[in-house]
Design a protein around this ligand. Structure first.
Ligand code: DQA
Length: 161
């Protein structure tokens, strides 16, 4: 199983940017913790960060046939990008949206997510721990999908016997 973690604009500045909102943890530290959880669960993990909308769309498209699930923090594009929403929908992979801050108790423009409706779920407001929760969620979803696939295979084999 492979999960791709996609980080949007300005998340490369975590640890520096608005520490009162996003805390002191750097993106690399978050990724190191995610790597440990992935290892425990036998999941291959890849990290990608870009400040450019088109590069994020390209990365989501690359996930088709290459990954089993996506964890994404589209950052500011959450609130503006129909292109990223459409790419998530087109990829048709289980996708978990993460926000470090609680976007629902900040400026009004942050409370609307264009991407959440095409994701399996959204985790907001728990700081960097949200990425840990996203790893648990995607592991659970992928486990359930695999169990359903195996059950279907067994049913087909029985029908043919
Ligand atoms: C964010 C919330 C967005 O509104 C903001 O533009 C970000 C980070 C978060 O993780 O809390 O860049 O996605």
């Amino acid at each position: 199983m492979k999960v791709v973690v996609i980080q949007g604009p300005n998340l490369n500045l975590l640890g520096h940017r608005e520490q009162n909102v996003y805390g002191p943890m750097k993106l690399e530290e978050i990724h190191t913790q995610m790597e440990a959880i992935a290892k425990q669960n036998n999941i291959e993990i890849e990290f990608f960060q870009s400040n450019l909308e088109g590069e994020i769309v390209d990365k989501i498209q690359e996930c088709i046939g290459d990954a089993d699930g996506i964890i994404i923090n589209p950052a500011a594009y959450t609130h503006t990008s129909i292109a990223i929403r459409d790419a998530i929908a087109a990829a048709a992979l289980p996708t978990v949206e993460v926000h470090i801050s609680n976007i629902h108790r900040r400026e009004d423009f942050r409370s609307k997510s264009l991407t959440a409706p095409v994701c399996a779920g959204q985790i907001v407001g728990f700081g960097p721990f949200g990425y840990h929760l996203a790893m648990i969620s995607i592991t659970q979803i992928l486990g359930e999908m695999e169990a359903a696939r195996q059950a279907q295979e067994a049913a087909q084999a029985q029908a043919q016997a």
